[in-house]
Design a protein around this ligand. Structure first.
Ligand SMILES: [Zn+2]
Ligand SMILES: [Zn+2]
Length: 127
């Protein structure tokens, strides 16, 4: 299963370089933050996978989306993720996790507020 690059449309070159599991928020049971890059066109981005199991019993709903980043913001994101000693542990309390798992007054995740985000896009897969 290959991710399709939102910029050049090539499948399989858009890859996740680093990922970080984050605690659930008021909306999602699973949140994964990803630094994703296209080896075809050089697009840098932050992508987010959110999954909720709170809807109807047999229906998982998920959302996979992202924002373009410039090179400096992308390197900052990769640096933050790689500084975490346990990126697969959503209960990790390192400085990276504390910064990127921030929520607002409603308990909704706002971890991306730490970044200067470019345009929004949805992540598509070839089935
Ligand atoms: Zn591309
Ligand atoms: Zn951590």
């Amino acid at each position: 299963m290959g991710l399709i690059c939102p910029q050049c449309g090539i499948e399989g070159e858009f890859r996740i370089r680093a990922g970080l599991e984050l605690p659930p928020d008021g909306r999602s049971d699973e949140i994964t933050l990803q630094a994703s890059v296209c080896h075809g066109c050089g697009l840098f981005s932050v992508t987010v996978y959110e999954e909720s199991r709170r809807g109807s019993l047999d229906q998982d709903s998920f959302d996979h989306y992202g924002y373009r980043l410039d090179g400096l913001e992308f390197e900052r994101l990769v640096g933050l993720i790689t500084a975490c000693p346990r990126p697969d542990d959503r209960r990790c309390s390192c400085p990276t996790h504390r910064q990127l798992s921030r929520t607002d007054d409603q308990g909704i995740w706002r971890g991306l507020s730490a970044f200067r985000l470019g345009p929004y896009f949805n992540v598509f897969y070839r089935p």
